[in-house]
Design a binder for this molecule. Sequence first.
Ligand code: ATP
Ligand code: MG
Length: 648
Amino acid sequence: MSDAIESILQEDRKFVPPAEFTANALISSEEQYQQMWQLGKDDPEKFWGDLAKEELEWFQPFDSVMEGDMPDTKWFQGGKINASYQCLDQHLTTWRKNKAALIWEGEPGETRTLTYQELHREVCKFASVLDQLGVEKGDRVTIYMPMIPELAIAMLACARVGATHSIIFGGFSADAISDRNNDAQSKLVITADGGWRRGKEIALKSTVDESLEKSSSVEKVVVVRRTGGDIEMVPDRDYWWHDLMENASADREATPLDSEHPLFILYTSGSTGKPKGVLHTTAGYMLGTKMSSKWVFDYKDEDTYWCTADIGWVTGHSYIIYGPLANGVTSVMYEGAPNWPDEGRFWEVVEKYRVNIFYTAPTAIRAFIKWGDQWPQKYDLSSLRLLGSVGEPINPEAWMWYHKLIGGERCPIVDTWWQTETGGIMISPLPGVTPAKPGSCTKPLPGVVPAIVNEEGKELEANQGGLLVMTQPWPHMLRTLYGDHERFIETYFSKFDGKYYFAGDGARKDEDGYYWIMGRVDDVLNVSGHRLSTMEIESALVSHDLVAEAAVVGYPHDLKGEGICCFVIPKGDIPIDEVKNTLIKHVRHQIGAIATPDQIRFTPALPKTRSGKIMRRLLKDIAAGRENNQDTSTLEDQSILEKLRQEG
Ligand code: ATP
Ligand code: MG
């Protein structure tokens, strides 16, 4: 018997890139892509080595492109480089000197634009501040801030002096901060008094104060005044950002660092368990984020680009700051919620700044669908030319909505698959080349060589679902889990004896070589001996008019082994019970009797990580009627679990 995950979702729609888009694209033909991809596969040293020479600024050239195989590959050894230099200094001798690097909008409506030159100046000044505070090359610095320009300045200043930043999403608890402080042994914390979220002040400094009772490595705290809220400043420990910056020198060269110098630590979302402290290093990460953003977003110099992620997530690191700035792009940064003061806020921002490239997450798209078409319809979205999605599989019907309502049926959509661990986008359409199929992240980028294998590491045939692996190292892959190299090997490499990087996701590859992510391997259902993907059943549910969002999990079932439990967020008010039968029939009709739901449970909300991903592992406990004894530290709203239990 086959151990493959069976694919039951039918999706035959195909969207070819508009001719005009292709004509102006950086990568503009299938042949060009194939050639690059083949070189990346056959001769990665040449492929990445040439790019590193052309695209990065080196203080000292590297001696070798790659040394050693997975898991411990070293890239660009002997080279000296600095990430802040790549993002800033290199542009100052070009016309981009006075181009907007960051356009920032606060939730209450203030705006601030920093040109490359201005951002450079602020970063140099804060780098001098870090020097004064005794932060040295190799030290770890925690950043716990709202989405304000000082966050970008702080991270780039850390990079400038060679301190490794560890950014914690500004909404995590004191315990989450102290855990991460202790894990990273951070010396300094950079924070703000508070931030704005849905019109309310989120206190940050007081949370840091609490966390410091349990984080002994931290010596000093720098505080940005953002909200003007009432906070306590501890003498000789806490310093105001503006005081320190007042007389700081703007004359601070970027420190030349080894290629493998640790750039940052970032903890994963915790969708599948306790967060992991992913470590990225300098040269490989910069090359990967620069190239992937250039290929996938096809930047033009006149573009206004907006990635809506929080910088507390890897998407914000790679695609608000490092990737776009290395390319000299204008990157928009928005502080607040998508539904404040109303559900049209994102579209208002698009209209206001004439955003051309818009990159968001399926969780946001599903929220927009739920809020209704009237919101995007109120605004002029004609400036948009390219849309992106990241974070979870996008259900084909959500893709269609995005395509029609936001993209006006003219914008290609890049559905980008990647992970905190991969550092940058791995599988994605090239917008001028790859015909899109809704729900598929399509094909690997040049330099990325994935495969779909079974538990024994044997490659599966087309359309058989299996485990997604990477068969070759890439420059921007994680180097370790901070302080726990064993867990690093165990998590990503032990499954296939060090031969492949194991991503933890299930996927299939279709007859055209397109990848379809089927969800987490841990979440695969086993129904009467059939292995089914959660994503496919969810997509079938979401294709019904009454459904805004769905999460599917298995639970122990006497006859079938596992039963199918569907948690459904309806579009309007919670419908009456008959609708359950309608949905059950709909799923049967869409994907077949084997996927017939055993239970439909309506709910107004689902448990999600702070980055908006559905936490199916918690839903599994609820479906099975088990007590929860899992890590919920990254759960967005603790009360949802209680409600779901009661409603069960
Ligand atoms: P943890 O590893 O702690 O459980 P996490 O995996 O949610 O957290 P991230 O690194 O933020 O943390 O998320 C990466 C995961 O997100 C991928 O493994 C995949 O499951 C999912 N993902 C990201 N982009 C896509 C996409 N375009 N299509 C499908 N899934 C995606
Ligand atoms: Mg993960």
